[in-house]
Design a protein. Structure first.
Length: 89
């Protein structure tokens, strides 16, 4: 027969074994969604700057804004895909 202290420790471990993954999985998904949203917002900002540079015939700014826009959009989309993968597992 276990002591009361041993039973409490065992029940505490069992509780944590089921609760922690149930809390961490949605938190990890939410984190990836927030990061994805942030990167997509940055992509939109840099995209507008790129369009403005194109309309003002500023080639140097356009050469800088275009790759940054694509990179930020890529990070945003892949972050949402990671969040979806985590939530389905």
């Amino acid at each position: 027969m276990r002591s009361v202290k041993g039973q409490i420790l065992h029940q505490g471990r069992e509780f944590l074994k089921y609760v922690v993954p149930a809390v961490l999985k949605p938190a990890h998904t939410l984190w990836n969604e927030v990061i994805g949203f942030l990167f997509l917002c940055l992509a939109v900002i840099f995209g507008f700057n790129g369009v403005r540079a194109y309309l003002n015939h500023e080639g140097a700014k356009l050469l800088l804004a275009a790759p940054i826009t694509l990179i930020m959009a890529w990070f945003g989309v892949t972050s949402f895909l990671k969040a979806r993968k985590i939530s389905r597992s």
